[in-house]
Design a protein around this ligand. Structure first.
Ligand code: GLY
Length: 458
């Protein structure tokens, strides 16, 4: 937890957006795994944690603008909780540590809200929370979204999109744990091991740092499958491992990085060629990511670097500007260049990807490839996001496009077919926008093919 002044200041800033009413911010409940008393590890809702700091289940934060009050509602510990979980600091005392003077039992919340006007809350991603809020204010949970406040969503996004210095420090801690996860994989990979054995090494590094996973670890020799969660393959000499993983640290901030490395420690000539193109794409993105630049334009420039290079090796043909504007390159990179990062890995996408990554100035494209770009808006100082270019050879997509004779003027299908056993490569780091441009967060570790080989040789 941060000092209480930070939470007081955050709530004050949020409040300034509204003249009256109540802001209601629910925390998460335990989430049952297979029965009520056997739950997934508890993860607090990031918005609740941002404004109210506490990481305990079953809480609701209220900012009552009409009465100038801030309250946390919840159920304080009973003797039963103490028997099962040991002595805890009572919530009624703990709330002072986040600058809240009033803790009230949650049974009182419904009557607190009765006859109140302008109760603002955001859209929710958990059904139990939707049902709970609906029961509090007598609305139909099936129409929940009709009652949510878009103004509140926008105010929260505007505030949380700009990371403060203390947040950047926390993100860097998470990024450095993520680095350790990557090094654990690179150091421990052995020919003949199963993917899940390497996953165990990666996740050991997370737990060792009192951290958790910011998303399910992607570790695969089939890097062409963008989010592959199957870990049953045997790693062979000649295979590449694509590792995309991240930690969420004890203060609730995330890292998310990707490395692609050879099982044997040595890239083949062809693997290095493609890896170097991905490096150039990454470097271009870092170079041009600056305040005021639309991230969609960064994405498109990076796609041009890829297209130029793939043209050089005969996979693409024709005019690079034209083929990128028409979307032919998306055969090789069907995903976007990156997304916001913070207290959740796709930061605040619980409010809707469009609301976080786009705004009045820029709409999301419907074109294949570009439609998967989660962040398109102009970059500002304090934005933290990922840069994660990749090149993939996806046999099913290739077959589909070839059959449909798509983009035949740009795609050299005969040559591309020769790469159908290649897999995929992605390179990802976490970035902060400063007045001087893009800064790669965290301690440096091997990223390029040469650096990876040199490290593995040692
Ligand atoms: N790195 C995983 C994701 O962006 O979804």
């Amino acid at each position: 937890m941060f000092d209480k002044e930070i939470y007081v200041e955050r709530r004050k800033k949020l409040k300034e957006n509204f003249k009256d009413g109540i802001i209601l911010i629910p925390g998460n409940n335990y989430s049952p795994l297979d029965c009520k008393d056997n739950c997934y590890p508890f993860l607090q809702d990031a918005t609740f944690r941002y404004y109210f700091g506490l990481s305990h289940p079953g809480l609701v934060g209220i900012i009552d603008i009409d009465n100038d009050k801030e309250i946390i509602f919840g159920n304080d510990y009973t003797i039963s909780d103490i028997i099962w979980m040991g002595k805890q600091k009572y919530l009624k005392e703990l709330v002072f540590e986040v600058g809240i003077k009033s803790f009230i039992e949650i049974e009182e919340l419904k009557s607190y809200l009765v006859k109140r006007k302008n109760i603002r809350f955001t859209n929710q991603y958990r059904e139990d929370i939707k049902n709970f809020i609906s029961s509090l204010i007598d609305i139909n949970p099936f129409n929940f979204d009709d009652y949510t406040s878009f103004e509140l969503v926008n105010a929260i996004i505007a505030q949380r999109n700009i990371k403060s210095d203390v947040e950047i420090k926390e993100i860097e801690k998470a990024v450095n744990i993520t680095k350790e996860m990557h090094l654990a994989a690179i150091k421990n990979v052995r020919i003949g091991m199963k993917e899940f054995e390497l996953v165990a090494e990666v996740e050991h590094a997370t737990k060792k740092n009192n951290a958790y996973f910011s998303f399910q670890t992607i570790l695969t020799k089939n890097g062409q499958i963008l989010h592959n969660h199957y870990y049953g393959n045997t790693l062979k000499s000649g295979d590449l491992v694509l590792l995309d993983c991240g930690a969420i640290n004890e203060n609730g901030y995330c890292g998310d990085m990707t490395t692609t490395f050879p099982v044997s420690g040595k890239f083949s000539e062809r693997q290095k060629l493609i890896h170097n193109i991905v490096r150039d794409m990454f470097d271009k993105a870092v170079d041009i990511s600056k305040v005021g630049v639309f991230y969609r334009d960064v994405h498109l420039e990076v796609c041009k670097v890829m297209a130029k290079n793939l043209k050089k090796i005969g996979l693409l043909k024709g005019n690079v500007e034209e083929l990128v504007s028409k979307g032919a390159h998306a055969l090789f990179m069907p995903h976007g260049l990156g997304h916001m990062l913070g207290m959740t890995v796709h930061d605040m996408e619980n409010f809707g990807e469009i609301n976080v990554g786009y705004d009045k100035e820029i709409q999301k494209s419907k074109q294949f490839g570009l439609s998967s770009l989660r962040l398109g808006r102009r970059l500002q100082i304090g934005y933290v996001f990922t840069i994660e270019p990749g090149i993939y050879f996806i046999p099913d997509l290739f077959e589909k496009w070839k059959k449909e004779k798509l983009y035949e003027e740009f795609l050299n299908y005969e040559e591309i077919e020769k790469y159908m056993d290649f897999g995929g490569i992605r390179m990802e780091r976490d970035i902060l926008i400063t007045e001087n441009g893009a800064k790669i967060l965290g301690e440096s570790f091997p990223r390029t093919a040469d650096e990876i080989e040199e490290f593995m040789a040692r």
